[in-house]
Design a protein around this ligand. Structure first.
Ligand code: 3HC
Length: 282
């Protein structure tokens, strides 16, 4: 199954990263957003990453030009025509995703694969809402996408072996390390990461240590690149809260239940880095 033209739905934090790595690997990539303003902001994010990369000596001017040359933006689904693979990275809402898939299917060919970057929704449910459940799977990227090497390749109950292999091949082609993950809430990484982050909040609630000391403990004691509160602020408290709730619903295990402090911080709008305030101020 040859993939040359890639569509990316959503040019937010994750979608922009996915579009960037796809274009950087030489795939003709078109990224779709809901309106011109959001699209411009997303494309600006990609350009800034590349410009910063040049300044750091990590990216050459030629590479930057080549990446941007392989990339185009659109607000029209019609421009996804000709795609061999569409990666969806829109809002984590089943109905919104199903609606988007119907619009993709209206323009792409029968061979086109659809992959969701969802971090927690059921891939089998998303696949079942399409007319090509055998050609739908999950490609779960990690933030920041251009720097994190891992991609979880998720197989829905209906995903064909051919589709799964094509998605694994694509992940490798964009320079990532794929791992096969089951279609279970949180897949592999969030299954382990989310309870750890929630536990850190519980430890804070119990007065085990300060935010700074708990972070320092995990950074310097375990070699983690970020302590749990820095990571929570980085991922977004609302995102973590949302994923935890889905996992709690799926497994009914208390380790996935969001602690009261997390819920209240989300309600107060202390969402982390993106809102200027989380466990730290920015
Ligand atoms: N262009 C090219 N390269 C760049 C770059 C750019 N614009 N910016 C940074 N880099 C390179 C750096 O040069 C460096 O390369 P080197 O290792 O070869 O020297 C590397 O990327 C790391 O960058 P920095 O040194 O500037 O930054 P840090 O060392 O502080 O690392 C980090 C930043 C990679 C984000 C690190 O802190 C980290 O790994 N944090 C944890 C992130 C994490 O856990 N993410 C997963 C979140 S969970 C998730 O996404 C799943 C979802 O479902 C919730």
């Amino acid at each position: 199954m040859a993939i040359t033209n890639v569509g990316v739905l959503g040019c937010g934090l994750m979608g922009a990263g996915v579009a960037q790595v796809s274009a950087a690997a030489g795939f003709k990539t078109v990224v779709l957003e809901v309106n011109a303003d959001v699209l411009e902001k997303g494309l600006g994010r990609i350009e800034k990453f590349l410009t910063d990369g040049v300044a750091k000596g990590k990216v050459t001017e030629e590479t930057k030009t080549a990446v941007l040359g392989h990339l185009s933006g659109t607000t029209s689904y019609a421009d996804l025509k000709g795609c061999d693979l569409v990666i969806e990275a829109i809002v984590e809402n089943v109905e919104a995703k199903k609606h988007a898939y119907a619009q993709i299917e209206a323009v792409v060919g029968a061979h086109c694969l659809i992959a969701s970057n969802t971090s927690s929704l059921c891939i089998t449910e998303l696949a079942a809402g399409t007319t090509r459940p055998d050609k739908v799977g999950g490609l779960h990227f990690f933030n920041p996408v251009p720097l994190m090497k891992l991609v979880e390749v998720i197989r829905a109950l209906s995903t064909s072996q051919e589709t799964h292999e094509a998605l694994v091949g694509f992940a490798r082609a964009i320079g990532k390390e794929p791992i096969a993950a089951p279609d279970r809430g949180g897949f592999i990484v969030n299954r382990l990461l989310v309870p750890y982050l929630l536990d850190a909040v519980r430890c804070l609630e119990e007065g085990l240590g300060t935010v700074e000391d708990i972070d320092k403990g995990m950074r310097l004691g375990c070699g983690y690149p970020m302590g749990p509160f820095t990571l929570l602020d980085f991922v977004g408290l609302d995102t973590t809260y949302y994923i935890a709730n889905i996992m709690f619903e799926e497994f009914r295990e208390t380790r996935f239940a969001p602690p009261p402090l997390l819920k209240r911080m989300v309600l107060a709008g202390h969402l982390g880095k993106k809102s200027g305030r989380g466990f730290y101020s920015y």
